[in-house]
Structures are given as structure tokens and as C-alpha cells.
Design a protein around this ligand. Structure first.
Ligand code: PNS
Length: 163
């Protein structure tokens, strides 16, 4: 039984995240998609909204026999991963620019908890430039999000700003 944690802000979940989860399903029996509770960040969506969106879009994904669970955590990721008896942390790497930061995190996490491996996965090239940050920026400036996030996520973004 191989369990992985896929941590992140998921504010909001993008098609790039879903691509990584689908690929992760080929490697792991269970993936916990873990949303960081970060009091220092001003998120677009609340934790509850992000959880609901993830649960909704995960229904559509090609998971094979992999169990997918959505959770949130605070504090150190390795403490959370150990408490969940996870073997690995999954992170998506889009470009070389991601690598430096991700390498630092992976090595720090390894120092803190050597039993947990970080697995870097590459999304499809189509998503190599997609990030939650850019999705929010494009949305806020009135751009088209089709193909970048699932339609239900775009709907929720529209509803959110409509009040
Ligand atoms: O989607 P993000 O914002 O790039 O995800 C970053 C995340 C949540 C993976 C990272 O900030 C994290 O693990 N935070 C938890 C605190 C922690 O463990 N810090 C030490 C990491 S070396």
C-alpha cells in the first residue's frame, strides 16, 4: 500500500494539478491532496471552498484503483505526512524555474524526515505554463480560462466575484 501526499495551496485547483494527480494514480495506491492552511496568505477561495472544488473535480478524473482523498493541514508538511503514514510527497515541476525552489523544499523535507521521499512529476506540456497565480490574474483581468481550469472552477470564480 503506497500512500502519497500531494500538498499545495490549490487556490484554485487547475488542470495542471489534475494532470499530476492522474499521473500520480499510476504510481500510488492512495493520494491525499492536502491543502495548506496558511494564515500569512490572503487566498481567493476559503479552505472549505477549495476542498469542495477539489472533491467535485476529482470525480471526473481517471484514477484507476487509486484512492483519492482531500484534506487540509497546517504546520510542517513532513509532520503531516508522517501522521498520515505517507511514503512520498508528490510535487509537479513545470519548468527549470520551479526546480530550484522545489529542490530546496525537497532537500529540507528530507533533512527533517529522511523516511519520506519527494517525487517530482512533469505535467503534460499543455499545462507547463499554468499556475493558480496566473489563472487568478487572467480571470481578474477578464481573460478566458477555458482549458486552464475545469469549467466548475471557472463557474465558482465567477460566482465568487459576483458576490
Ligand atoms: O502550491 P504551493 O503554494 O506551491 O505549495 C507549497 C507547499 C504547501 C507545498 C509548501 O509551502 C509547504 O509544504 N508548506 C508547509 C510548511 C513546511 O513544511 N515548510 C517547510 C518546507 S521545506
Amino acid at each position: 500500500m503506497r500512500r502519497a501526499i500531494y500538498p499545495g495551496s490549490f487556490d484554485p485547483v487547475t488542470n495542471g494539478h489534475l494532470d499530476i494527480i492522474e499521473r500520480g494514480c499510476k504510481l500510488f495506491d492512495e493520494i491525499i491532496i492536502a491543502i495548506l492552511l496558511n494564515p500569512e496568505k490572503q487566498p481567493f477561495f476559503t479552505i472549505e471552498e477549495r476542498r469542495a472544488m477539489l472533491n467535485e473535480v476529482l470525480k471526473e478524473i481517471d484514477r484507476g484503483s487509486c484512492v483519492l482523498r482531500v484534506d487540509n493541514f497546517k504546520g510542517l508538511l513532513v509532520h503531516y505526512a508522517t501522521a498520515q503514514q505517507a511514503h512520498a510527497i508528490v510535487r509537479g515541476i513545470r519548468a527549470i524555474s520551479d526546480y530550484e525552489y522545489e529542490l530546496q523544499m525537497a532537500l529540507m523535507n528530507r533533512r527533517l524526515e529522511p523516511a519520506i521521499e519527494t517525487v517530482f512529476m512533469m505535467p503534460a506540456e499543455t499545462y507547463s505554463y499554468v499556475s493558480s497565480r496566473l489563472v487568478k490574474e487572467v480571470f481578474q483581468l477578464g481573460g478566458e480560462l477555458q482549458g486552464l481550469v475545469p469549467p466548475s472552477v471557472e463557474e465558482r470564480m465567477k460566482r465568487k466575484v459576483a458576490g
